[in-house]
Ligand binder design. Structure first.
Ligand code: IMP
Length: 184
């Protein structure tokens, strides 16, 4: 029988229902905080596109979408802190309210770099929403205003997060079976 992606998962850390409920709560917070304002959601590709798509549909705030793609040099499961912009924003953000949408903050190095880069463009405000963080790991101060869940220091996949570009389409967050790494 064809093996499904689910068969590669050792443990589910966050179910689809838990994620959806938390996103709805975060959307309600954003709606309160940005009442009467127009916001640009900046998704950090590729992982955040799933978070952004679901979050945006709970929001009633007037939002525009834009995306950045960055790559951090390093091995598949470890960031080096050196970040390269592969795709920049389509538009100028001077004077605009920006909410950066991230899938996960691990060392915080990627986010830290992005925030410095975006702040230099003089937005009216700049905040971060991150679905996940690994609290043990954070190496640099990361001002995440809207935070989904703290997870243990394990490599996770699903809900936008990949291992070697796979598993992004799983609707939950899970941990891979060790055998999957061995096969790669
Ligand atoms: P940081 O710079 O260490 O905070 O790493 C942030 C980026 O590394 C995230 O946007 C993800 O793309 C990737 N990343 C960190 N931890 C994981 C994980 O557990 N699974 C999948 N990708 C991860």
């Amino acid at each position: 029988m064809l093996r499904s992606l689910d068969d590669d998962i050792e443990e589910i850390l966050l179910s689809s229902e838990e994620i959806q409920q938390r996103l709805a709560e975060l959307a309600a917070e954003l709606d309160r905080d940005y009442a009467g304002k127009r916001v640009i959601l900046v998704g950090v590709l590729k992982g955040a596109f799933v978070v952004m798509a679901d979050l945006a549909r709970y929001l009633r705030t007037d939002v525009e979408f834009d995306f950045m793609a960055v790559s951090s040099y390093g091995s598949a499961t470890q960031t080096s802190g050196v970040v390269r912009i592969l795709k920049d924003l389509d538009r100028d953000i001077a004077g605009r309210h920006i909410v950066v949408v991230e899938d996960i903050v691990d060392s915080g190095l990627t986010l830290n770099y992005l925030l410095r880069n975006l702040a230099a463009r003089h937005p009216a405000s700049l905040e971060v929403l991150a679905l996940l963080s690994k609290p043990d790991q954070v190496r640099v101060e990361t001002p995440v205003r809207y935070h989904g869940f703290a997870i243990p220091n394990r490599f996770v996949v699903g809900y936008g997060l990949d291992y070697a570009e796979r598993y992004r389409n799983l609707p939950y967050i899970g941990v891979l079976k060790p055998g999957v790494y061995a096969e790669a």
